[in-house]
Design a protein around this ligand. Sequence first.
Ligand code: FAD
Length: 383
Amino acid sequence: MRSELQQELNIFRETVVRFIENEIAPYYEEWENNKIVPKSVWHKMGEEGLLCCDIPEEYGGFGVSVDFNFLVTEELARAGFFALSCNVLVHADIAAHYILNLGTEEQKQKYLPNMVSGHCIGAICMTEPSAGSDLQGMKTTATKVNSGWSISGSKTFITNGQNASIYIVAAKTNLAVTGSKGTSLFLVDGDSEGFSRGQNLHKIGQQAADTSELFFDNIMVAQNDLLGELDKGFLGLMHELPRERLSCAAVGVAHAEGALSLALEYIKERYAFGQPIAKLQSIRHKIAEMKSQTELHRIMIEHYKTLLTEKKLTTEQASIAKFSACEMECKVIDDALQMFGGYGYMKEYPISRFYVDARVQRIYGGTSEIMKEIIGKSVIGRF
Ligand SMILES: Cc1cc2nc3c(=O)[nH]c(=O)nc-3n(C[C@H](O)[C@H](O)[C@H](O)COP(=O)(O)OP(=O)(O)OC[C@H]3O[C@@H](n4cnc5c(N)ncnc54)[C@H](O)[C@@H]3O)c2cc1C
C-alpha cells in the first residue's frame, strides 16, 4: 500500500517540479522585487491541481492523502522558493483545514472549491501588535448585534495578508471571562465594508510573501460567518495546531535538504589550495553532520505524517517536530552558506536567499521557546 502511494507521489512530484521550473523559477525574482506573488500564479497552481489536494472531492479537491499537500510545499522549499511555499502552506494546510474541520456545510461549499482552484486565497489572523505568543492578550473584539457580529481591532504579520480574499479572524466574543475562554473565529471576506489591508510589511527574508497588517473598523459579519463554536475559538485553534506545526517542520526539512544539495554542488567546483574544497576533511565532516541531521529529521517527518493521517499526531510530537526541524534547518543552511565563503553572502547565489528565508521559521507558528515550554511541560507532566 505504502509503495503504491510512493509511486503516485513520485509521478506527482514530477508534475510539481516541472511546474516550479517553468512557472515559478523564471519569475521569482520579479515577485521578490514586487513583494508579492501575482494571483494569476495561484490560479495556475489551482489549474494544475497543486492546491489543497487532500480536500475531499465533494468540496472540489482530490481527496488524496495529506502527503500530496506536503509534497507541493516541500518541493517549493527544496527549490528555494520558500516564501511561496509558506504562502501555500498557510492557504492549503491551515486556512482550508480550519474551514473543512470547523465549518458548516454551507461554509465549506462556499469557500473550499474556490480555495482548491486558487481563486480564493486564505489567511489566518491571530497575531496582534500586542499579542503574539500570548494570544490571550488579544484586543480584537466581536460584539453581538441584531443581524450578526461587529468586529473591531487589528492584526499584524498576516501571511497572504494582501492577496487573501477570505480571512479567518480570531476575536474576543466574551469579555467577562479570562484565559483561553471567550474567543471565537470568524470568516471575514476581503471586500467587507470597514475592512482594510495595511502595509505589506518590509521583512529581511521571504521577500515574495505578502505579510501584512489588517484593520477591522466595525465590520459587520453575519451570524453564519462564525466558524466553529461561539467562545471556543481556542479549542478550534488547538485542534489545528498539530497539522500546522508539522507542515512548518516538513518545509523546514525540505529547505535544509535543498541547501545541502546546493552546498554539495559548490564544494566540488570550488578550488582552494590546489584542490576542490570537497577534499578538505573539515568540509567532509561538516557535510556528514548536515546529512545526518537532515536524514534524521526526514525520518521523523515521514513517521509523523503517517500519524497525522491516522489522526494520532499529538501536540507534543508536533511541537518536537516544529522545534527541532526549524532549529536544524537554520543550522544546516548556515553551515551550507559558510561553504560558499563570500559568494554565499551575495544575492546572486541562491544560498543567500535560503539563509534569510529560514530565520523566521523559529519565530512563527509558535516560537522555539514556546515549543520547548509545551514539550517540557508535557514530558514532565503534572506532579
Ligand atoms: C513572516 C511572518 C509571518 C507570520 N504569519 C502569521 C500569520 O499568518 N498569522 C498569524 O496570526 N501570525 C503570523 N505571524 C506572527 C507569529 O506567529 C508571531 O510573530 C509569533 O507567534 C511570536 O509572537 P510575537 O512576534 O508577538 O513575539 P512575542 O510573543 O512578543 O515573543 C518575543 C520573545 O519572547 C519569547 N517568549 C514569549 N513568551 C514566552 C514564554 N512563555 N516562555 C519563553 N519565551 C517566551 C518568544 O519566544 C520570543 O523570543 C507571522 C510572523 C512573521 C514574522
